[in-house]
Design a protein around this ligand. Sequence first.
Ligand code: ADP
Ligand code: MG
Length: 247
Amino acid sequence: MGQTIVVVSGKGGTGKTSFTANVGMGLAMLGHATLCLDCDVGLRNLDIAMAMTDCAVMDFTDILTGNCTLEEAAVPHPKQHNLFLLTAPTRIGVSSIDKQAFRDLFPAINEQYDYCLVDAPAGLGAGFQLAISGADRAVLVTTTEASSLRDAQRTAMELNVLPENSVHMVVNRCRQKLLKSLHQTIDDAIDSTGLPLLGVIPEDETMSLHAGRGVPLLMTNNDCAARAYRNIARRINGQRTPLMKIR
Ligand SMILES: Nc1ncnc2c1ncn2[C@@H]1O[C@H](COP(=O)(O)OP(=O)(O)O)[C@@H](O)[C@H]1O
Ligand SMILES: [Mg+2]
């Protein structure tokens, strides 16, 4: 039986979509059937981050309305056969999605895949509620910025509908230059959200380049952010992996 992990943050632009795409790839590279589900209704971009633009014809609402099956809508990654994308609709709003039917998708998803990563939209509105509704676990992505940390704290409170010990935090875009204050910031983040740390991802300027060129980051190198994403995939998978040094 697989598990569904929702990737959230209060604020936009903290790195949820990049996390979903890269940790999804990391889990797939470890040999696990992994579904990345874009739940950013109307503003989807997980396909770009996964280098799968134009691959998906059907979105998850096509399954809900009976237009197609899960197998038909979830498309395999062209270069990694364990990785699949189920995309979000672009032309309808969250309000017209049948919430119960959406939740009912997850037993079948967890039967077919070892992991499902759900890329949530920014904010704490209806899209966020929909995204967390099928989840067993959550990863809250924050940067070290004060505004992001405050949103993370607020978001953590919304996640107490999930089972205890099932919510973790990831601190993204950490810079070596700020290392002295970084330890303090990470400590503060853990204190303010009250969540255990799943990983720290360094700032990596090659990230957007990879997505833009259609080349998955984890397939080209093992430095910097790629290494951090791989380590996080291992931790999700229950392997003990020490925190890497930010260079
Ligand atoms: N660790 C990182 N280093 C450098 N750029 C990053 C990092 N994580 C995310 N980004 C960039 O930040 C931007 C927003 O990331 P994205 O994953 O789309 O955030 P969200 O889904 O939370 O809105 C993108 O341009 C992405 O390439
Ligand atoms: Mg996003």
